[in-house]
Every structure is written in structure tokens, then in C-alpha cells.
Design a binder for this molecule. Structure first.
Ligand code: FAD
Length: 399
């Protein structure tokens, strides 16, 4: 049975046992997995349509190349879920294992990649490979002559978020309320009272999947966790000459990213250009000259871009807010001291590639399973040593 869209709270057939706040990809995944436990959640989204913020502004890249074991595990399980998505939902997730190829042009960069592959293998990522320059060129002839080394995991690649949303909606049993702004949360012993568009709703459990708005909601509840907002930008461009099956590329020296996309590519100038924001915004600023800086940062490793840049037929920019945690890992679990108030958020720049498994675990916890220790929000408050994930933005990289 598919999801039902309601027009207002009064149309709800019953008090929801579980209410999920936030209709981005994380909230949708959470609702989907809850409904697989026989729960019929209410999903509440502030905007008039689902997944209009970061979730529809991403590179749609999925990779298990991380350094920390828990991040490898959550991404690898999520990628396998997307691979098998059609069997579960009847809709393909558009997963294409293009491979994620990290390349270096400096001796130090190649040495760092080689050492990282060893650490990844020790952490359980058994299908990542270090590549010599000749192996790199054999894999991808577009690379610069002076490549010094690389790393690849072939099962990493891309998905299509529109198809994933379609599959979730088709298979979830849930009521969905859009243009519905959660304004207040009052936890009680037997349930949670929510204020939505000025109306009061009683629910058994509430799950916050609100990303950029989570810090303000936690502040109102008196809960302090190490969180910051950052922005990331992606350039979509149309260029017929882009090889459609080219691996997704990361320049390990410069931090740039690009991947093929139907009739062109998407690129991000440099992860180091991810900027921390000091105020809340759904629509961070974009640099009008972004295409030039993006080409400048991808062309050294892949000279194809310098040779073909004049053939670019068009494109557009998307920029979104990301919620970044102290260690770069998500928050999955009950909020400290609040057994009926849960969070599934803080995925930073990797919410598409990690949210299926994160949502599966969160739904199991709401249904009674034990907490997921590595991602429990408590980790920031109970003295657990915080080790940042080196391969993503985290608060150790904040100014
Ligand atoms: C440029 C860019 C490139 C990226 N590339 C990748 C990539 O290649 N791979 C990858 O895995 N990830 C990528 N990401 C990150 C990914 O997009 C995010 O991690 C993911 O979309 C987060 O999903 P979310 O559902 O948690 O948050 P969001 O998509 O931000 O959704 C949160 C939702 O909560 C709603 N909400 C908030 N407050 C309320 C309220 N009070 N009441 C009701 N609803 C509320 C919002 O309106 C919103 O719809 C990228 C992001 C950007 C910006």
C-alpha cells in the first residue's frame, strides 16, 4: 500500500504511534523502514513538497571508502540496499557502480592514498584497491600523464534520488502532511506533544530528521550537542563529450569531485571549499563564478575538462545546507534523557549514501532493538573519546 497525503491534521484517522519530522531523504527512509515493522507513521514536512533541500541538491554519489569501521559499514550496507532496491520496492534506485576513483599527482598524495587503503582494509573494507599510475591509465584513459597513484572501489557509484523517493513512497504505509511546520516539542512520560501549524498533536514517539533546523530544535529542548551548519555547492553542466560510464573522480590533492551525469556531469570545486555557516539558511549563497573554479580544480587530474570546456552547452548550480557533527558521523538514536524522542540526522555530506542503513537501524530501535552505539547521540555527552572521520567534514575542520 502506498503513502497517503493528507490535507491537514484533522484528516488524520488516528493518533500516530510514531511521527517523523522532516521529509528529506532521511525522513522518507525512516518512515519506510518503520512501516516495515508494521507501524504506520505520520510524516510531517514543512515545505509544500518532499525533499526540496539538500536531498535534491546532491551529487547522488555513494561510496563506502571511509576510514572508520562504523562509517564503512553503514555506507556499504546502504549501497547494497540501493543495489537491491527494485526487489524491495519494484522501482530501480538508478544505482550505477561506476567506481569512485581517487587520484593523486604528487608523491605525497600517492603515499597518503596507499596508506589509507591499508587502513581501510584493516577496518574491513576488503574491496578497495590501491592503483599504480599504469593501472590508473588502464582504467581511465582521460587521466593526466603525471598521475602518481590512486585508489578505487568499483561498487561505489551513483544513484538517482528521484527514483529512490518514488520507491519509498510506493512501498511505505504512512500518512504524509506537507506544508506542515513543527513549531514546538513537549516530551511527556507517555508520549510527545507536538505543535504543528499552530495545532496540537499527541504522538507516542517523535523522530527528528530535520537536518539544518535540528540545532534550534535541540536548543529549545535544552540539549547541547556539537553541531554546525555547512554549505556545499554542485555545478550541473551539459557536455555531450563526457564519457557516460566514467568513474566518479576525486582529486586527492585538490579535493575536487566530478561524476558523469546524463548528457554531462556534476562537479564540486573542492571539499575544502565547504564553508561553515554562522546562521541558519535553507538556501546558502552561491558563487556566480563557480564553473570556472570547478573546472580549474578538476582539470589538473583530468585534462579532458580543459580541452572540452568551451563545448559546455549549459548548466546550473545547486547549493545546500548540511548538518555536520563533531566526528562527522550521523546522530541515530534516542535523544539524551528522552526515550520517546529520537533523532536520525547529522549526515553532513553523505546522507544519501548512509541514510538507508541509518534509517533501518533507527526503525529497529523504535520497535525495541538495542541502541546503535557508534552513532548514539549520547556519545558526545558520556565521555566517549571522539575520533573524527578523516574523509568527511567534521568539527575538527571548523574554524
Ligand atoms: C551540494 C551537495 C552535494 C552533496 N552530495 C552528496 C553525495 O554525493 N552523496 C551523499 O550521500 N550526500 C550528498 N550530499 C549530502 C546529502 O544531500 C544530505 O546529507 C542529505 O540530503 C540529508 O538529508 P536529510 O533528509 O537529513 O536533510 P534535508 O534534505 O535537509 O531534509 C530535512 C527536511 O526537514 C524539513 N524540516 C526541517 N524543519 C522542519 C520542521 N520544523 N517541520 C517540518 N519539517 C521540517 C525540511 O524542510 C527538509 O525537507 C550533498 C549535499 C549537497 C548540498
Amino acid at each position: 500500500m502506498a503513502a497517503s497525503f493528507l490535507t491537514d491534521i484533522s484528516a488524520l484517522p488516528r493518533r500516530p504511534e510514531v511521527t517523523v519530522i522532516g521529509g528529506g531523504i532521511t525522513g522518507l527512509a525512516t518512515t519506510f523502514f518503520l512501516s516495515r515493522h508494521g507501524i504506520r507513521p505520520l510524516l510531517v514536512e514543512r515545505l509544500p513538497a518532499l525533499s526540496m533541500l539538500a536531498s535534491r541538491r546532491s551529487g547522488e554519489g555513494v561510496r563506502a571508502q571511509w576510514e572508520k569501521r562504523e562509517n564503512i559499514d553503514i555506507a556499504r550496507a546502504s549501497i547494497a540496499f540501493y543495489r537491491d532496491f527494485a526487489e524491495v520496492t519494484g522501482v530501480s534506485a538508478g544505482y550505477r557502480p561506476l567506481g569512485y576513483l581517487y587520484g593523486a599527482r604528487s608523491a605525497a598524495g600517492a603515499a597518503r592514498l596507499r596508506a589509507r587503503v591499508e587502513r581501510q582494509k584493516a577496518a574491513g573494507l576488503d574491496d578497495v584497491r590501491y592503483l599504480t599510475p599504469s593501472e590508473m591509465h588502464a582504467l581511465t584513459p582521460t587521466l593526466a600523464e603525471d598521475v602518481t597513484g590512486g585508489a578505487v572501489r568499483q561498487a561505489d557509484g551513483v544513484i538517482e534520488v528521484d527514483r529512490v523517493i518514488e520507491g519509498y513512497l510506493k512501498m511505505m504505509q504512512a500518512d504524509i502532511l506537507v506544508a506542515a511546520d513543527l513549531q514546538a516539542i513537549i516530551p511527556g512520560p507517555g508520549g510527545i506533544t507536538l505543535t504543528i501549524n499552530g495545532e496540537t498533536l499527541e504522538t507516542g514517539h517523535a523522530i527528528l530528521c530535520t537536518a539544518a533546523r535540528l540545532p534550534a530544535q535541540l536548543q529549545a529542548l535544552g540539549i547541547a550537542l556539537p553541531l554546525r551548519l555547512a554549505r556545499s555547492t554542485i555545478q550541473y553542466l551539459q557536455l555531450d563529450a563526457v564519457p557516460p560510464d566514467h568513474p566518479a573522480m576525486v582529486d586527492a590533492d585538490l579535493g575536487s569531485f566530478w561524476r558523469p551525469h546524463t548528457g554531462g556531469a556534476r562537479m564540486t570545486a573542492s571539499f575544502r571549499s565547504t564553508l561553515f555557516l554562522d546562521r541558519f539558511t535553507d538556501d546558502p549563497e552561491i558563487d556566480p563564478d563557480y564553473l570556472r573554479s570547478a573546472i580549474d580544480s578538476v582539470a589538473p587530474l583530468v585534462p579532458f575538462w580543459r580541452a572540452h570546456q568551451h563545448e559546455i552547452r549549459g548548466g546550473h548550480l545547486r547549493s545546500g545546507s548540511l548538518l555536520v557533527t563533531g566526528d562527522g558521523g550521523p546522530l541515530i538514536g534516542a535523544l539524551p534523557g528522552q526515550p520517546r524522542l529520537w533523532v536520525n540526522s547529522g549526515y553532513g555530506g553523505h546522507g544519501l549514501m548512509a541514510s538507508p542503513e541509518g534509517a533501518r537501524r533507527l526503525a529497529a530501535m523504535v520497535a525495541g532493538a538495542a541502541p546503535d552505539i557508534p552513532f548514539a547521540p549520547e556519545r558526545f555527552l558520556n565521555g566517549t573519546p571522539i575520533v573524527p572521520e578523516p574523509m568527511t567534514v567534521n568539527l575538527s575542520s571548523a574554524p
